[in-house]
Design a protein around this ligand. Structure first.
Ligand code: NAP
Length: 413
């Protein structure tokens, strides 16, 4: 396997990380991974939209200096591994990166590139904002009432991948140990999976959700767990979540109980209310009382289910953005896959990657450029000039290509 050297743009500058804060120069170097399948199409559209919005918002004072880094099929074709040390090092060094979807080979023995990226860079929070764009076909009567940001723990829970198949030597050995030594009977023919969850990883996830709520002026953070059944993992997540709020944000947070016991149900000004909900009830809550939820912090598996369910409520995954964020390193990415049947057709909706780019701009505190894109995208959808996926659900829509959809957004900036 070969190696690769990345040469950054000469006039770009490094993004810094000082006292837990990102320091963004006016011309930051930002690495991008184009992605496989539809990746090149949606990346080309996204890059043009991001560059146009930044140019418009800051009149050339600011500019993103892009650096292409390789992963997936393009990396393999260039003779390096699908996720090379050089690519990981570049993301660590430049701190903020954006990527298209990557193919995960089907079958045993392959760890998904996306999972590897998250684990190698310790990107512990999977952040998925879900909001409605007027005009998008949606299955509920009031999709606009849902506007949440989901912080899903990204590194542990059943995703730690500690599992043994039924009948294997390991599963039988473990069943015997648990039955005989720990006195909890487990069928010797059971498949066994382990769900590790720690205080330290819960605390950093919940702290980042609370910090986000404080910075963005959102008034609640809800801890979503299944602690009534899994007391020492999910239940502990809830307890550690409340402890994190009390220990790290004592002056800025208040529990739901205190809001009702001491403040007549009104959150005191400047405070974020911390509450918790059991996961199954939460699926009802987001449908029936969506306006009561603003930021959600939840373990890995709950977050996986809940973010897709919420995305469906506002019209589907086609326009759902995402980010994987650690301490001082973040990778923004489309939430869908490589849709190989549409590769190279300039056909699909670039909305998910464009909105991930919006999250990236917000993370860099370039909110003016981010807002321009959100407003323009909203206008384009209302005008019904959309890609095939939205056009097929709308009446009277004009179907355009991926690149033309980007042109429309740029025109409306
Ligand atoms: P997929 O690529 O997400 O595509 C499934 C379907 O979703 C497409 O056929 C299309 O629906 C729709 N779709 C996806 N992206 C769209 C877009 N931008 N605009 C409009 N419609 C879009 O899922 P998949 O086929 O299961 O996975 C393909 C590959 O992607 C696999 O190798 C998988 O491992 C990988 N993957 C990567 C990531 C990642 O990199 N983050 C995430 C998920 C999957 P219609 O057919 O109805 O038009």
């Amino acid at each position: 396997m070969g190696t690769i050297q990345y040469t950054p743009p000469a006039d770009g500058r490094l993004i810094g990380w000082v006292q837990d804060r990102l320091q963004v120069p006016d011309k930051p170097i930002v690495p991008f991974i184009e992605g496989d399948g539809i990746g090149p199409d949606i990346w080309a559209a996204t890059r043009r939209v991001l560059d146009a919005a930044v140019a418009k918002a800051y009149a050339k004072k600011r500019e993103i200096k892009w650096l292409e880094i390789l992963s997936g099929e393009k990396a393999v074709n260039a003779g390096i591994s699908a996720l090379s040390q050089e690519t990981l090092d570049a993301i660590r060094k430049y701190r903020v990166a954006i990527k298209g979807p990557l193919t995960t080979p089907v079958g045993g023995g392959f760890r998904s590139l996306n999972v590897s990226l998250r684990q190698e860079l310790d990107l512990y929070a999977c952040v998925r904002p879900v909001r409605y764009f007027a005009g998008t076909p949606a299955p509920v009567t009031h999709p606009e009432k849902l506007n949440v940001v989901i912080y899903r723990e990204n590194t542990e829970d059943v995703y730690a991948g500690i599992e043994w198949p039924a009948g294997s030597v390991e599963a039988r050995k473990l069943a015997k140990f648990i039955t005989e030594e720990l006195k909890s009977p487990v069928d010797s023919e059971a498949g066994i999976g382990i769900k590790p969850m720690t205080k330290k990883n819960t605390a950093r996830l919940v702290a980042s959700a609370i910090r986000f709520a404080l910075e963005q002026g959102r008034s609640t953070v809800t801890l979503v767990h299944k602690g009534n059944i899994m007391k020492y993992t999910e239940g502990a997540f809830r307890d550690w979540g409340y402890q994190t709020a009390a220990e790290q944000f004592a002056d800025q947070t208040i529990t739901e109980k205190d809001v009702y016991d001491k403040f007549n149900g009104k959150i005191p000004a400047g405070k974020v209310m911390i509450k918790d909900r059991i996961a199954d009830a939460m699926f009802q809550q987001v449908l029936l009382r969506p306006e009561e939820y603003e930021v959600i912090a939840t373990p890995n598996l709950n977050g996986d289910y809940l973010s897709d369910a919420c995305a469906a409520q506002v019209g589907g995954l086609g326009m759902a953005p995402g980010a994987n964020i650690g301490d001082g390193v973040a990778v923004f990415e489309a939430t869908h896959g490589t849709a190989p049947k549409y590769a190279g057709q300039d056909k699909v909706n670039p909305g998910s990657l464009i909105l991930s780019g919006v999250m990236m701009l917000e993370y860099m505190k370039w909110n003016e450029a981010a807002n321009l894109i959100v407003n323009a995208l909203g206008k384009v959808i209302v005008s019904k000039v959309v890609t095939y996926d939205l056009a097929r659900q709308m009446t009277g829509a004009k179907e355009v290509k991926c690149s033309e959809f980007a042109n429309e957004i740029i025109k409306n900036l």
